[in-house]
Design a protein. Structure first.
Length: 169
């Protein structure tokens, strides 16, 4: 019971009243009527949980749909930057021990992939590529993981250049 509720409105009393009404209307025993009323209550609770779950799923679908358009626009802008040689600019000059040719190949490959419309995705520690036109909302987490991986790699490389990190052999 909650504050302001009369004793006659308690869940047990309401259930009892429903069972008595059912027993009178069907001519069945009070025990059968109580079982039927309890079963109906259980079904009602189950249906209410299903409706809550469906509403939560619909809210989630709406959230994803709202995020999709800005996501894909951002991906297309990033492809254009990569086509313009963004990675080569971010890499800059070779660090001690790095091959200038290896950096050029890396930047060239990134540009080639961008020209083909390919973006990296990372899932379960594996990197794979997909055309931006073939992405779906389900790819958003894997695409985000790939971006974080690239950003981390570039940051660690930058830190080595600035002398804040260990230089890899």
């Amino acid at each position: 019971m909650h504050e302001g509720q009369r004793a006659s409105e308690s869940p047990e009393n309401v259930l009892g009243h429903r069972a008595n009404d059912r027993a009178q209307s069907t001519g069945g025993s009070p025990e059968e009527a109580l079982g039927a009323v309890q079963e109906r209550e259980a079904l009602d609770r189950k249906r209410a949980r299903e409706l809550d779950r469906e509403r939560a799923e619909e809210r989630n679908r709406a959230r994803i749909a709202a995020a999709w358009k800005p996501f894909i626009q951002s991906e297309r802008r990033e492809l254009e930057l990569r086509k313009d040689g963004q990675l080569a600019k971010l890499l800059g000059d070779p660090l001690p021990g790095e091959s200038p040719e290896a950096l050029r190949r890396l930047a060239s490959e990134d540009r080639r992939q961008a020209e083909q419309g390919l973006v990296a995705l990372t899932s379960n520690g594996k990197v794979f590529y997909k055309r931006v036109d073939e992405l779906s909302p389900e790819d958003m987490p894997a695409r985000g993981a790939a971006k974080r991986l690239r950003t981390t790699w570039l940051k660690e490389r930058s830190d080595r250049w600035l002398g804040r990190g260990e230089v890899s052999p």
